[in-house]
Design a binder for this molecule. Structure first.
Ligand SMILES: [Zn+2]
Ligand SMILES: [Zn+2]
Length: 785
């Protein structure tokens, strides 16, 4: 910031300011610098002004939620911008759980650093985003949402193509004044800066009557303020709040009322909420300044508002809090709808945990006021209202509702268990430590608020939910990486993709590392990657124990020593490769079949393909029923029998995403600009480096051995395919045959016979128990005597 501050004219002044006569001023209240057309001494930030548009919007015309986007997108299209379809809220293309901002759509990793990839230039997108860092303020200050639309305008500027800050601010100013019809003198631009992980630049926020409507970031430098250089291609990243643009034109008491359409009214009616409208209106105007954070916990915020409104805390609680709860429920329901519909899953780790927190928060509001409304219904109301712009939400509604029901059941059960614990705490008047509070929340589902309500005098630790969520975000990454310096070794020539039929070859040993690791000039040995175990075989008469890839170099660990520079005979174990190949292709087929049977939320969590069996871990919210397993297996074998061709394409990352969607990242985001896409007809497209059959028929047969819910939100499917499956089925057939001959029945009669034997065994066991009891009573009788 210091560096930018030295030259404000260079970094913040734009052409528009000169042309229209904007003046630079320092806010007498907060000390920030801002640009205005008026004589005002105070900036328009919410900390310096109340929400002065409530009941008196500066815009000439009220615009509906959808209408705002219709007009904004039309405006940008007429000025040469492409309109992009929204990206999923579950972020598959970059190492983030959720799409937290519009610009994230264009974040990509390339060789360990952040890259921007724009499918068109310039463009706009109305990106639905999820953020969980501000949950306590949702429902309170009208600015905070866990789920919101960010209208993003982006341009990549290299001096020729795209545009830079002058044009950006001119466009945004025109949008505000001509499309939203906000008078120019109402608009204030506040100077600020944006610092990313490895990039930064100045930004101009635009505020109207206490509400920030948008922020235009001029990403100009790579590096940090200590060490940086100007980018060859600078990035305009302007994000405006869809909800806020709607609100400023309508001036309703809260933004929630004009954003959630009929949902708020339906909720109010279903819950029978009554409140003092005049008091609420006065509260709403103040609410922009409310911020529950480290300094102000919810209780002190409450006290402050009550004081300002000239009422006691009790009146405030009675009149305002039920409405805040309604808004929170509406927000959380909408976030769940988007997240679950886009493939998110509720669980105990990572982003799934955020979803659990908001679901439980919504339910606890419903419980607190004993409202007769169902969260699933609120979700369905949203889907219906949003159908116009997001028809996909209704298509997935059935699965979303099912997921919420399952999770709600879990919540109820753990709450029932927790009730007794809460009573115990209250009875003993024991104050739990923060750690204990976290444990209570995690393992018993007891919220600190519940303890307070039950009468325990405790302070809820500030940022309790943020802290607990963070704990769950830290995912463990084990796996030792090979540490070899291969910087001076040429990349290995790879044979297994182009010529998968080569199993015997001659190669030169170009490098030898300690412990038997060797590098060849070319190889047909597939290294362990993409969840596929490595090939084995012989190199120069030595057994191959392991094969790994480091950068472009393939390393083979052999049993014994080989000489650098020598030429060696190599043989890949063909049978093993064939089995691995079938197991790998079967994994893709099973993944697709699971998605078709269980729903679109199914995603590969991880997979491992060995010679004798394979496993696929999928994201799913509960254990699989026998019937579901049967259906998945049947469908998978139908895909095999159809004989679909398996096609491999190598293409640019952006093109693959456009063509096949973000489900290609089944193995996680890939930090390479070129992807290898493996397609099975139009059933499955995955970015994958493995070896595959050329036709699904080659897989032979897929047999599911067992399935198990191995973690919250993860189900493991163990299976085998091809010869391995056939041998296994034959073995079980033999077992059945021998049992049948032992019992003297046919295989059709076997289930009945087993049932009969089982019943007999059960009644015998009963008999034995009875006899034992009699014997015991008899013995006790003897003892007493
Ligand atoms: Zn100010
Ligand atoms: Zn694969």
């Amino acid at each position: 910031m210091e560096f930018l501050r030295k030259d404000p004219e260079r970094f913040w002044k734009v052409r528009l300011f000169d042309e229209l006569g904007f003046e630079r001023k320092k806010c007498t209240k907060c000390g920030k610098y801002f640009w205005t057309l008026t004589e005002q001494e105070v900036c328009n930030d919410s900390s310096c002004r109340d929400y002065e548009f409530i009941g008196d919007p500066p815009a000439k015309r009220k615009l509906g939620y959808f209408e705002v986007w219709e007009r904004v997108s039309k405006f940008f299209v007429e000025r040469g911008h492409a309109v992009l379809k929204r990206f999923p809220v579950v972020c598959r293309w970059f190492p983030l759980y959720f799409t937290i901002a519009g610009i994230v759509d264009f974040y990509r990793m390339s060789n360990g650093s952040l890259d921007f990839e724009f499918p068109a230039n310039p463009s706009v997108v109305n990106q639905v985003c999820l953020r969980f860092n501000d949950i306590p303020n949702v429902g309170i200050n009208s600015k905070s949402y866990t789920c919101f639309g960010m209208i993003n305008q982006q341009s990549l500027y290299d001096g020729k193509e795209g545009y830079w800050k002058d044009e950006c601010i001119e466009l945004d100013f025109e949008l505000l004044t001509k499309v939203l019809k906000i008078p120019p003198e109402e608009i204030v631009f506040i100077e600020d800066a944006w610092f990313g992980a490895n990039a930064f630049g100045a930004c101009l926020e635009y505020h109207v009557r206490g509400l920030e409507l948008g922020n235009a970031v001029f990403t100009q430098f790579v590096g940090t303020p200590e060490s940086f250089r100007e980018m060859d291609k600078k990035v305009i990243d302007m994000g405006a709040g869809w909800e806020r643009l709607t609100w400023i034109t309508q001036g309703t008491p809260t933004s929630y009322e004009c954003v959630f359409g009929p949902v708020v009214e339906k909720l109010k009616e279903a819950c029978g909420v009554e409140y003092d409208e005049e008091l609420f209106l006065r509260y709403a105007k103040l609410s922009g300044k409310l911020n529950v954070d480290e300094v102000d916990d919810i209780f002190s915020v409450k006290r402050k508002i009550a004081e300002k409104l000239g009422v006691d805390v009790e009146t405030l609680e009675k009149n305002i809090e039920p409405l805040q709860a309604i808004f929170s429920i509406a927000d959380h329901a909408r976030a769940l709808l988007f997240a679950l519909s886009d493939g998110g899953i509720i669980s105990n780790v990572g982003g799934g945990y955020n979803l659990r927190v908001i679901l439980r928060r919504a339910l606890s509001f419903i419980d607190k006021y004993s409202w007769g409304v169902k969260l699933e219904d609120v979700i369905a109301w949203h889907a219906e209202y949003l159908r116009k712009m997001f028809p996909e939400l209704e298509e997935n509604l059935e699965h979303v509702v099912r997921m919420v029901e399952v999770e709600e059941e879990r919540y109820r059960k753990s709450k029932e268990r927790g009730k007794r614990l809460v009573e115990k705490f209250v009875k003993e008047n024991r104050v739990p430590s923060e750690e204990e509070l976290m444990k209570l929340y995690d393992s018993e589902g007891i919220t600190p608020e519940q303890l307070v309500e039950a009468g325990l005098k405790i302070e809820i630790p500030p940022k309790f939910y943020a802290r607990i969520t963070e704990l769950h975000m830290r995912e463990k990454e084990k796996r030792d990486k090979l540490e070899f310096d291969v910087s001076n070794v040429a990349p290995t020539e790879i044979l297994f993709y182009e010529a998968p039929e080569i199993f015997d070859f001659e190669a030169k040993v170009v490098k030898v590392f300690p412990e038997g690791w060797v590098v060849l000039d070319k190889t047909a040995f597939y290294p362990e990657s993409g969840g596929q175990a490595c090939d084995k075989g012989m190199i120069g008469g030595r057994e191959v124990l392991d094969v790994q890839k480091v950068g472009g170099v393939i390393l083979h660990k052999v049993d014994g020593e080989l000489k650098e520079g020598g030429v060696v005979e190599c043989h890949v174990d063909r049978e093993r490769r064939e089995r691995l190949k079938k197991h790998h292709t079967a994994t893709h087929i099973l993944n697709a079949a699971s998605r078709m049977v269980l729903g679109k939320h199914v995603f590969q969590h991880s997979a491992f393909k060995e010679e004798g069996k394979a496993r696929l871990d999928i994201t799913h919210y509960q254990a699989l029923s026998e019937e579901e397993v049967e259906r998945i297996e049947k469908l998978a074998n139908e895909i095999v029998a159809k004989g679909y061709e398996i096609v491999v394409e190598v293409m640019p990352r952006g093109e693959a995403e456009q063509k096949y969607g973000f489900n290609v990242y089944q193995g996680g985001p890939i930090a390479e600009k070129t992807l290898r896409i493996v397609s099975i007809d139009d059933i499955d497209h995955e970015a994958c480096c493995g070896t595959h059959c050329r036709n699904t028929r080659e897989v032979g047969i897929i047999h599911i051995l067992r399935t198990k819910r191995i973690a919250d939100g993860v189900v493991r499917i163990e299976f085998c395919a091809g010869d391995v499956a056939r041998e296994m089925l034959e073995r079980s057939k033999k077992i059945v045959e021998s049992v049948c001959s032992e019992l003297g029945v046919s295989s059709e009669q076997l289930p009945e016979k087993v049932e009969e034997i089982f019943e007999k065994w059960k009644s015998l066991r009963k008999e034995v128990k009875k006899l034992r009891k009699v014997a015991m009573v008899g013995r006790r009788g003897n003892e007493r005597r």
